[in-house]
Design a protein around this ligand. Structure first.
Ligand SMILES: [Zn+2]
Length: 1097
């Protein structure tokens, strides 16, 4: 029996092997050649009504044209948000009268209890002797006092919740920041601002501008962001309001050495760089912007709508506040730095059960010694409670974030491919688990006991091997499936649909050629790009050309199919106008090999932009387009992917027709959930058919206004596809971003027609799943397509008692068709520890993964529950987790102390970022489509992506010596950390800002922007000039490196300090209060402390 014909004998723990998909096909005995599509497919025989064969397009340029000319239609204002990108023209709304913010209905006042126990002593970090392996963070919060300062009527940076008297104001419950036009309110940017968006202005516009409330902050003078009053009385450490550019990132409150007591005045500021691993903790003042320890914004209370509202009539009482020093609370930056320093140098070896891997922000190598790499699976905890009672008590979700086809760094070996020949992979007879390192061989090797269900199975004769004196098979290290955490099996025909080996998959490009798509330049750009991009379709290892076939469709209200058969001199177009009953008018010549049909394809791509250049058709269909692509794949009997390039709400008469039902008035009502739900069930039905065919849909959206992302993304979401959104697409501004995303998306390796099953050992089982997939039953995750960026998050629950000795096992098996049409099984195994002491659970948690799970849980929750309920649920769960720790694991201490488990000390700050994210607490500038888009994106994100998405990275560029080209250490995402003498990059995986302080040295400005002064820098700039100096090259290099780390291209936006665009930038300073009412980190921590105390009392 040859285990692995294709790969060299497996050395222990795998040296790098030919990369994934490098497996030579020669080893695959039973693979049939590419099957050709049957020539007789029922529906396509005989005369087909509804289409006429047109002459080659070059001969007769007669694009179908109907509908009114596009003047004044379909051109709403562009809702530019952080997800669409920005041109400076979008931010020119002038100041206007104050908009008073109304208290949001149902807004639960937070923080009032914080006002109660006033202890007149400064915030104190009490010494606490932590247990040796579980340091705790303690902070005295009882005395914290956030007094209510009255919000000024016209705040410069913050549309504050005013005092109670302002409640009965404005009709809309949301203010408009003026930064963005919001479609539903019918607002348009002022006419005079077209310069930033040439060509995007609608031909006619009659909607008056209203309610832009942005008041630019006064410029000049010392910068005191967000501070609206004098230093608060009782403030114990407020520096003078002078600008002093040195900022200090403090060491995090690590385990405090006994006897460290933080009282009294602050110590001297630390030097600007991290003073690494300072064990003791120094309280310090680091703000350069004056007395910034007070309430940060002009909200009257720590949470909007809190203490000063309602119950407290009259002016708020300026109680002496005892603010918590932001440096005294756990810092994400410090935790990330510490992990990098402690765990970045050694490879992570997976041989030991239940080891917590390094953080996702740490660069480390993985050696597979029997458990799946954390690149494939990350868990919320690596030590899970033995009983469900314990689990319920702790409330820590038990979940795994699985990325079955994760891409690996070049230094790490891709999974070996094991070929067991016709007998197929060896499995347990009862639970069908696949052979893995945890199976126990007994009776001299003649049988094995399943590690998942304990069933005793016979070892087939050809698989027999003797055991050594420890009971281990002597060939264990020669077989990946006996020694490694991750590997692949070649699947037999039994694992194939209809017991037939699959054909190679196909890609179908479906291009909207309606007026908007043509006018923006999209169609021309796309066709030009495809001419070269098609040469780079994914291929298997050594293959000379991709096995993937391609096809082309254009559409507006009708569909145009193209025959690009290699024997044709010119492509042929076939129009299907009967969109109500979609069919594919041709089989032969629709899906072709790129090389064979190169000339015809090139000719087609040249002609498409010309053919539709004069179109006046503005209406589009959508569902019929997907239907057509799916039918084409079905006819060709293959799986594949549709690449849809679409511009507008599909209002043409056809199945899946949509209406504009956007309504921001629903925000914060019980009906808000409808904004996230699809408006028709038609797309779910369609998606189901797509999944059955292995038809994955990737959607590229180019909307100028509301397109109902919530509905349009249903099919991509359920078929494992991706959605990209380019609001107000203009070639000159957005082509780099779009082309970059497109190239990556087309070239990336995809598994098709996939099914994933997660098996677990007795005692726990997978009960819930999150991600982009479809489920027809409770166990099988069906993915029409799955790429290397997508994750599936799985939640586990107890169904029996676990024991510490056996631990808990999981096995994720993914059956899929490779890009060359090979059917394979990828197996990932992971063993976890089990505990009878809660402390062990809390010692082995991973907060980044917890947040990934909790965000996905919440983002799904908004489909069925009011957003407020979802937020409250998260807060309650977090409080319960921390209260349980406090009650059961922490050493006795005074109730006034907030004690956080070391592994979870960032839970509050990260959770707060989730709570105030656009989905759960939208600002006025965030459109309904943006929210649906982000909701959909987060569903498939891995842990690294959610980590940076919710807590963006803020990198100072001019702090470190210019010669130092390594990535600078990040600073905390707070305005207090910005020095006006510096330049910063901020990224969150989707957006990239370059913030320029107003006092940056002239030389720096010259080096980076090629202009002589700050005032000459163009705000909103998206490309930095390429200049021949060290700083310019360093910054360009850093931007390139950040982009390379992310799965989507991040367009750069240059933001100048005190410029209007800065409001947008500040949205990402997540430790601060947000304009939409999101709490600051400090305030949220106080609130969390209050919640915990309530649970404990
Ligand atoms: Zn079994």
């Amino acid at each position: 029996m040859n285990v692995n014909q294709s790969a060299p004998p497996v050395p222990p723990f795998g040296q790098p092997q030919p990369v994934y998909l490098g497996h030579h096909q020669s080893s695959y005995g039973g693979q049939p050649g590419p099957t050709t599509a049957p020539t007789s497919y029922g529906a396509y025989n005989g005369p087909v009504p509804g289409y006429q064969q047109t002459p080659p397009p070059g001969v007769s340029r007669a694009p179908p044209s109907s509908g009114a000319p596009p003047a004044s239609t379909a051109q709403g204002p562009c809702g530019q948000t952080a997800y669409g990108q920005f041109g400076q023209g979008d931010v020119q709304n002038g100041p206007s009268s104050t908009v008073q913010m109304q208290r949001l209905p149902g807004y639960q006042p937070f923080g009032s209890a914080i006002l109660a126990p006033v202890v007149s002593q400064p915030a104190v970090l009490q010494p606490y002797g932590p247990p040796p392996t579980s340091a705790q963070v303690t902070a005295q919060l009882a005395g914290m006092q956030i007094s209510g300062t009255v919000a000024p009527a016209s705040p410069p940076s913050g549309l504050g919740y005013g005092p109670p008297t302002s409640l009965a104001s404005a009709s809309g419950s949301f203010p408009n920041s003026g930064l963005y036009g919001s479609y539903p309110q019918g607002q348009a940017p002022p006419l005079g601002q077209a310069q930033g968006h040439p060509g995007t202005q609608p031909p006619q516009r009659s909607v008056p501008l209203q309610a832009s409330s942005f008041t630019p902050p006064a410029s000049g003078g010392p910068r005191m962001p967000s501070m609206t009053g004098p230093p608060l009385p009782g403030q114990s450490f407020g520096g003078p309001p002078v600008s002093q550019p040195n900022h200090v990132s403090s060491p995090a409150p690590q385990a405090l050495p006994p006897g460290t007591q933080m009282t009294g005045p602050p110590g001297p500021p630390l030097p600007p760089m991290h003073s690494s691993q300072q064990p003791g903790y120094q309280l310090q003042q680091n703000g350069s912007f004056g007395p910034t320890r007070g309430p940060q914004s002009n909200y009257g209370s720590p949470y909007p709508g809190a203490a000063t509202f309602g119950s407290q009539p009259g002016p708020p009482q300026p109680l002496p506040p005892k603010r918590l020093d932001p440096d005294a609370i756990p810092s994400p930056i410090q935790v990330i730095e510490d992990d990098r320093n402690n765990r970045g140098s050694e490879p992570f070896v997976t041989g030991v059960r239940g080891q917590v891997p390094p953080l996702v922000t740490t660069n480390f190598l993985v050696k597979d010694q029997g458990n799946a790499s954390p690149r494939y699976i990350r868990c919320t905890s690596y030590n899970i409670p033995c009983t469900s009672d314990m689990a319920k008590q702790a409330q820590v979700p038990l979940a795994a974030v699985i990325k079955p086809l994760a891409r690996l760094p070049p230094e790490e070996a891709s999974p070996y491919v094991v070929d067991h020949g016709e007998s197929g992979p060896l499995r347990c007879n009862r639970c069908k688990a696949y052979m893995c390192p945890f199976m126990q061989f007994v009776e001299g090797g003649r049988r094995f006991q399943c590690c998942f269900c304990s069933c005793i199975n016979d070892v087939p004769p050809q698989y027999f091997q003797h055991l050594d004196h420890t009971g281990k098979r002597v060939d264990a290290y020669d077989r990946p499936e006996l020694s490694l955490g991750s590997y692949e099996f070649l699947a037999t025909v039994d694992y194939c649909k209809n017991n037939k080996f699959p054909s190679p998959p196909a890609f179908i490009f479906m291009i909207d050629v309606s007026y908007n798509a043509i006018r923006s330049g999209l169609v021309r750009l796309l066709c030009e790009e495809l001419k070269s991009l098609l040469d780079f379709l994914p291929r298997e290892g050594g293959a000379e050309e991709s096995a993937i076939r391609v096809g082309f469709v254009t559409y507006n209200k009708v569909l145009h199919f193209y025959n690009v058969k290699s024997s044709l001199a010119q492509p042929q177009m076939m129009v299907v106008s009967d969109v109500g009953d979609m069919f594919v008018p041709l089989l032969d010549g629709f899906l072709v090999n790129v090389n064979e049909s190169q000339a015809v394809i090139t000719s087609l791509l040249d002609q498409i932009p010309e053919m539709f250049a004069d179109t006046r058709e503005t209406e589009t269909v959508f569902a019929p387009v997907i239907q057509a692509g799916m039918e084409a794949l079905k006819a060709a009997e293959c799986a594949g992917k549709l690449f849809l390039f679409h511009t507008s709400l599909p209002i043409a008469e056809a199945p899946g027709k949509l209406k504009n039902r956007d309504d921001r008035k629903l925000i914060n009502t019980d009906k808000e959930k409808t904004l996230f739900q699809p408006q028709t069930g038609a797309y779910q039905t369609l998606a189901k058919e797509c999944v059955a065919q292995g038809c994955c849909v990737d959607l590229f959206l180019f909307p100028n206004q509301y397109v109902d992302v919530a509905t349009l993304s249903v099919v991509p979401q359920l078929t494992g596809g991706s959605v990209y959104k380019y609001a107000c697409f203009q070639v000159e501004n957005d082509q780099e971003r779009f082309l970059s995303d497109l190239r990556r998306d087309v070239q990336k390796v995809v598994g098709f027609d996939a099914v994933m099953r997660v098996r677990t050992s007795t005692g726990i089982r997978a009960v819930d799943f999150f991600g982009a997939f479809y489920m027809n039953n409770t166990t099988d995750v069906e993915l029409a397509g799955l790429d290397g960026d997508k994750t599936v998050t799985v939640e586990f629950k107890h169904d029996d008692r676990l024991n510490e000795e056996n631990g808990a096992l999981m096995q994720c098996a993914l059956l899929y068709t490779s890009c060359a049409g090979q059917r394979r099984l990828r197996i990932h195994n992971l063993a976890l520890n089990c505990c009878t002491q809660l402390a062990d659970l809390y010692r082995n948690c991973e907060t980044d993964t917890l947040i990934n799970y909790m965000a996905k849980f919440a983002y799904r929750g908004v489909l069925s529950s009011p957003v407020k309920t979802v937020r409250d649920t998260l807060i309650t769960q977090c409080a319960q987790i921390l209260a349980c720790y406090r009650k059961n694991c922490a050493s006795p201490s005074s109730a006034g102390q907030l004690i956080l488990p070391e592994c979870m000390k960032l839970l509050p700050v990260y959770l707060n970022c989730v709570l105030k994210s656009d989905v759960l607490q939208p600002g006025a500038e965030v459109t309904t489509d943006d929210r649906a888009y982000v909701r959909q994106l987060v569903t498939s994100m891995d842990v690294a992506e959610t980590n940076v998405f919710f807590y963006p990275r803020l990198l100072p560029l001019t702090k470190s010596p210019i010669e130092n080209t390594t990535e600078p250490p990040a600073v905390r995402a707070s305005e207090e950390r910005l020095s006006n003498g510096d330049i910063y990059l901020l990224e969150n995986g989707l957006n990239l800002f370059l913030w320029v302080g107003a006092s940056v040295q002239q030389g720096v400005v010259q080096s980076l922007f090629g202009v002589s002064s700050f005032s000459q820098i163009t705000s909103g700039l998206s490309v930095l000039p390429v200049l021949d100096n060290l700083l310019s090259k360093k910054v360009q290099g850093l931007i390139d490196s950040l982009r390379a780390q992310r799965s989507r291209y991040m367009k750069l936006i240059v933001v100048k300090q005190e410029d209007k665009l800065e409001t947008l930038f500040k949205h990402f300073l997540v430790e601060d209060k947000s304009l939409s009412g999101g709490a600051s980190y400090v305030d949220f921590l106080c609130h969390m402390h209050k919640e915990i105390r309530q649970l404990l009392s």
